[in-house]
Design a protein around this ligand. Structure first.
Ligand code: GMT
Length: 381
């Protein structure tokens, strides 16, 4: 098949998933065209059958902001017609799905649109009145819609009053082989443990909870905190560590491409988000045998089993999360047991191959249905 994949290139789960899906499809012999505002971080290496198309929106004095969605739709239509794309897979509804629908209209229906919902495109921005009607349109008019968790499907139905047709296809991970990286020695000298958090430091990630959990843990067990990523809440978290005098025990790495090395020298992963449709970073930690302490919210319990691969606590309960962390750090056997369960879950439930099979089957299914309508139908599915 010839498949287009449209995604954001910022550090974030949807771009990671989109790129990994593209790479896996190309490895299976499909031709994959990735469209994004810039090169997605995971699109490294020079690989056969993968093409990258940068989307830029030209500015004009009349525009208050260059219309990215229109530029994206134009690029989709252009790439699809010149490379004979059959399917455009839009990752994150806004604006990728709407742009794909426009491209499909421009091509007289000769392009199938598959939309994958990732999270805040439904739970936060998608529900905002300034986008809601267009998200509804995308849900109704895409040839197929998937969500990364059952929770997200249920949320879609609850928020939009539609979405029974959504197919749940979870995210996946390729289990790493890297085991004992050298960075452990300088990251955590004196045999200290390593707590890790990875995110884009937006309010939904509750990074202040991470540093407050660490503040409690460090009083009981020698530990270092590694904060990977960047975003609006980084400064407040850094200031907190300075004001409390433990800034030397916390390393803010900024954005990092080599997540694998950081996770390979981590003992625990902390994800105290206010909401999370899946929690891809937690799954990546699990693949490295790192137990996770997370909030019991959204799709997280579909990924992490409380008392098996980690511990889940109510959102904002930093005391409970700190106690869990102390318990796991003090109990080597329990930590190992959780780490092994987490790895096994990553290798089985969230293995790449069977999940790519689901996407392939979905593309085949939409391609075998009659030509997409160019008219916007009046009746919701
Ligand atoms: O940052 C992104 O690219 C998307 C981001 C978001 O905020 O929507 O992440 C979402 O998609 C990821 C990949 O499917 C999930 O692992 C995250 O749980 C989800 N984030 C939220 O729901 C907050």
């Amino acid at each position: 098949m010839r498949i287009g994949i449209s995604c954001y290139s910022t550090f974030g789960g949807s771009g990671v998933v989109a790129t990994e899906v593209g790479k896996a499809l190309a490895a299976r012999g499909h031709e994959v065209h990735i469209l994004s505002p810039s090169m997605p971080p995971r699109l490294t290496g020079f690989e056969n059958r993968i093409y990258f198309h940068e989307v830029t929106a030209s500015s004009y004095p009349l525009f208050e902001a260059a219309p990215f969605s229109i530029a994206l739709a134009s690029k989709m239509a252009d790439v699809a017609s010149h490379h004979g794309l059959e399917v455009m897979h839009a990752h994150y509804a806004i604006p990728h799905a709407m742009a794909a629908l426009l491209a499909r209209m421009a091509l007289d229906g000769k392009l199938k649109v598959v939309t994958t919902l990732h999270g805040t495109d439904i739970t936060v921005v998608g529900a905002d009145p300034s986008y809601l009607p267009m998200v509804k349109l995308a849900l109704r008019e895409s040839d197929a819609v998937t969500s990364v968790s059952q929770y997200l499907k249920d949320e879609t139905i609850r928020t939009f009053g539609m979405g029974e047709h959504i197919e749940v296809i979870p995210n996946f991970v390729e289990p790493p082989t890297l085991d004992h990286p050298e960075c452990r020695a300088w990251l955590a000298p004196d045999q200290a443990f390593v707590l890790t958090h990875i995110s884009n430091f937006r309010p939904v990630k509750r990074v202040m909870d991470v540093v407050k959990i660490f503040e409690r843990v460090r009083k009981e067990v020698p530990t270092r905190l590694v904060m990977v990523g960047d975003g609006p809440d980084r400064a407040e978290a850094e200031n907190y560590c300075r004001e409390r005098g433990f800034e030397d025990e916390v390393r803010f790495t900024g954005k990092q491409l080599d997540i694998g090395t950081v996770l390979a020298c981590s003992d625990l992963f902390i994800l105290p988000s206010a909401t999370e449709s899946f929690g891809l970073a937690a799954l990546e930690a699990m693949a490295h045998r790192v137990p996770v302490i997370a909030s019991c919210v959204g799709g997280i319990p579909e990924v992490i089993r409380h008392g098996v691969d980690g511990f889940l606590e109510p959102v904002g309960d930093v005391d409970a999360m700190a106690l869990d962390a102390i318990r796991l750090l003090k109990d080597k056997d329990l930590r190992r047991k959780f780490g092994e369960s987490a790895r096994k879950r990553a290798e089985t439930t969230f293995a790449e191959d069977p999940i790519i099979d689901l996407y392939e089957a979905l593309y085949e299914r939409v391609l075998s249905t009659p030509k997409s309508s160019v008219e916007i139908s009046a009746n919701p599915r």
